[in-house]
Unconditional design. Structure first.
Length: 395
């Protein structure tokens, strides 16, 4: 595919992913908040669990929630499912366009595991599928009957996947796959559990039977899981723009801290919506803050990587290193098949350009070691140190 058209496809998929993702997250947040605002009132229809009065857009709304189901089906029933399905579909499209088509650049790091393109794709697809089945199996066992134990088990599952991904893919590829795994679990919850359970309840009503409450309880459980996973998965999905997250040698620890901080923040927001007493959930705020501070500490750049002592590095040596490892992508006319223009419009073909982008070079190449992507050119530690010394000393 032409690089220019490929970039447009990437952009349109990313745009669509954002739009439908916002819709899905919005409904998740809204219905969680709605559940927490339901109140028992003196006059309620038979079978109603609680009601909520709301105001928005210049109008008033009166919402009822039934304990299991209404006595009769309404003529029109609004479903909330396509947001989740389209979020998964567009996310999968992005994974294909960005990471499968250009696996050598974004997904594979020969220094970690010398995979072929098709081997990397097969591992990716198999791991995402296996992750869902393991998660679903946990929920269906006795573990699923204990909220805290299940939460710890899912947390452990994601961390184990994180460690395995870092042993197979590049740092960038590993981190995005953690996000893809969580996103797959969330979308499959809607497709394979929540919506089918709702359809089973409707089928029972049509057959003149009393709907089984367990279908609704299981659906609610998975919906809560999705709600708590939303904030962590959002950060992991944008991680590719922040190499300090995935270039850490123990990036699984960064994943753990993101899961904790995002989960605690979501818990605070949920309890605020529920109108709970601060004393009952206030502990989550310092816990979230500590997790975020720990993540910042863990990902702090190692300044010792930029050596200032040693033999002087000449301009021609710096240019030679850039020509060997950087300009296939960072040139006005890149030779790398994945790019038609230099990424972020950063060209590194002259001494002046190297000086202009010196701080970025140190951060991405010397400290984070995120560049070259997947270290396709085999840049050595000595070359990184020389480039860092040239930037720091000017020569």
């Amino acid at each position: 595919m032409d690089v220019f058209l490929g970039e447009w496809l990437n952009l349109l998929l990313r745009w669509a992913h954002m739009v439908v993702g916002i819709g899905w997250i919005g409904t998740s947040f809204y219905f969680m908040a709605l559940d927490y605002t339901l109140m028992k009132r003196e006059r309620m229809n038979p079978g109603v669990y609680g009601t909520s009065w709301q105001v928005h857009g210049g109008g008033f709304y009166h919402v009822e929630k039934y304990t299991v189901a209404p006595p009769a089906l309404p003529d029109v029933l609004h479903w909330f499912k396509w947001e989740a399905y389209l979020t998964f579909a567009t996310g999968l499209g992005l994974l294909v366009v960005q990471y499968y088509v250009h696996a050598e650049a974004y997904l594979i790091d020969p220094a970690i595991m010398p995979l072929t393109q098709w081997q990397a794709i097969a591992i990716s697809a198999a791991s995402l599928t296996a992750g869902w089945f393991i998660y679903d199996g946990l929920c269906r066992t006795k573990v699923g009957e204990h909220t805290v134990l299940l939460a710890l088990s899912v947390f452990a599952l994601i961390l184990i996947a994180s460690v395995l991904y870092t042993r197979v893919f590049s740092g960038r590829g590993a981190f995005i796959h953690v996000g893809a795994l969580v996103g797959t679990i969330m979308a499959a919850n809607v497709f394979a559990i929540i919506i089918p359970n709702q359809k089973k309840m409707i089928a029972q009503m049509i057959a003149g039977q009393t709907p089984e409450a367990r279908f609704g309880l299981v659906g609610k459980q998975r919906s809560i899981h999705n709600n708590y996973l939303t904030l962590p998965v959002l950060l992991m999905m944008v991680s590719q723009h922040y190499p300090f997250l995935f270039s850490h040698p123990h990036s699984w620890l960064v994943v753990a801290l993101i899961l904790l901080s995002g989960g605690f923040i979501r818990h605070i927001l949920n309890r605020v919506d529920a109108g709970d007493d601060w004393d009952g959930y206030g502990w989550a705020l310092p816990a979230a803050a500590m997790a975020l501070l720990a993540a910042i500490f863990v990902t702090a750049p190692q300044q010792r990587n930029v050596a200032t002592a040693g033999a002087a590095v000449t301009d021609s040596q710096a240019l030679a290193i850039s020509s060997k490892h950087c300009t296939s992508c960072h040139a006005r006319e890149p030779s790398h098949p994945a790019f038609r223009e230099p990424p972020k419009n950063v060209s590194l073909e002259t001494v002046a350009e190297l000086r202009r982008w010196g701080k970025l070079i140190v951060a991405q190449t010397v400290q984070n070691r995120a560049m070259p992507m997947g270290n396709q050119t085999g840049m050595t530690d000595e070359e990184r140190e020389m480039l860092g010394r040239w930037v720091s000393g000017g020569k």
